[in-house]
Ligand binder design. Sequence first.
Ligand code: AMP
Length: 190
Amino acid sequence: MLNLVLFGPPGAGKGTQSAFLVDRYQLVHLSTGDLFRYNIKNETELGVLAKSYMDKGQLVPDSVTISMLEDAVNKNPEAQGFIFDGFPRTNPQAAALDAFLSSQSTSITSMVALEVPEAELRLRLAERAKTSGRPDDADPLVIQNRIDVYNNETAPVKAFYEAKGKYKGINGVGSIEEITERLVAIIDTL
Ligand code: AMP
């Protein structure tokens, strides 16, 4: 199986690039942000809970997020591999993912990170807000909070995979096509 963690701060282009990678490598795309938004749209109990955190740019608690992700993996028994997008976002999530995949006799092949400077992220998120319909893109204070949460809680996940020799960073600034090419160049070596 090819199991990728597509990593990067909010606005790095994880969702955009996932769409290409899914096609090219025949993977199932699992975005925890998308799964939460689906639950919000359908007004489930999980959606109501998640919204209370997402609207402020905070992380949804680990226990809820981990079990939602495991359910989503279990719903795809035929998958040839997964792209995890927006997960893991904390070290406990990374440890839980490792344990879960190992119980399924598989593992993360690599974390591939889109590296984008903060000033560029702010510009991209402000631009995305015009069309995304996402309340968490529309408010500069919420955007700042998401970037702060990324720096404090999510960036340390890089070290988790680095310690296993599984971290690959690429320059996430450029055209969508250029960035896809950089990702493919790395993934083809895995
Ligand atoms: P995203 O679509 O990845 O930008 O995620 C949007 C929001 O969903 C985040 O700001 C968090 O509030 C929540 N979220 C998504 N993934 C996670 C995760 N792995 N852990 C905790 N919260 C998450």
